[in-house]
Design a protein around this ligand. Sequence first.
Ligand SMILES: CC(C)(COP(=O)(O)OP(=O)(O)OC[C@H]1O[C@@H](n2cnc3c(N)ncnc32)[C@H](O)[C@@H]1OP(=O)(O)O)[C@@H](O)C(=O)NCCC(=O)NCCS
Length: 151
Amino acid sequence: MQIRELEEGDFGSWSSLILSVYDEIPFATTFEKRPSADELAALMKKKLEGMRDRTVVDFVAVDNGGVVADCEIAKSTETGGLIGILVAREQRRGGIGRRLIEKCADRAKLYKMLEVYAEIDDRNEGAAAFFAACGFREQDGEDSLTMIRNL
Ligand SMILES: CC(C)(COP(=O)(O)OP(=O)(O)OC[C@H]1O[C@@H](n2cnc3c(N)ncnc32)[C@H](O)[C@@H]1OP(=O)(O)O)[C@@H](O)C(=O)NCCC(=O)NCCS
C-alpha cells in the first residue's frame, strides 16, 4: 500500500472509489445526487488546482496501481480546513484512514492551518467513532455533528 498525493492519472480508479462509496452510503459523501463523469472531472480539477495553490491537501492510498482511499483537507476559514475521507469498503479497519489523516494533518500544518473540521451526518456513527479515535472532539453549538482537531 502506497500513500502519496493525488495525481491527474488517478482519475479512473479515484472516480470508481467515489461512486462505489456514493452507492453504498450517499450521505457519507458531499454529493446530493450520483455525480456524472463531468462533475467528477470538475472536482478532480478543483482539487489539483487547490493543491497547487496550497489551499487543498489531498493524499490517496494506492493498491495494485489503483486508488483505494482518498483524504482531503480544504482550507475553509482563515485558519481551518474541512476534511473529507473515503476508504474502499473492503479495505476498512486496516488503519488506512488513520494513516491518511496523519499524512494530511502534517501537510495542512505546513500550509499554516491550525485546526481541521469534520462535518458528519447523524446517521454515520462509524465515521464519528473513527474521527474520535483520530483525536477529533465534538464541537458545541452546531446543528449537525461537527468535530474538530487542533493541528
Ligand atoms: C470512516 C472511514 C474513513 C474509516 O476508515 P478506516 O480506514 O476504516 O479507519 P481505520 O482503520 O484507520 O480506523 C482507525 C480507528 O477508528 C475507529 N473506527 C474506524 N471505523 C470505525 C467504525 N465503523 N466503527 C467504530 N469505530 C471505527 C477504530 O477505533 C479504528 O481503530 P481499530 O480498527 O484499531 O479499532 C471509513 O469507514 C469510510 O470510508 N467510511 C465511509 C465514508 C465516510 O463515512 N467518510 C467520512 C465522512 S464524514
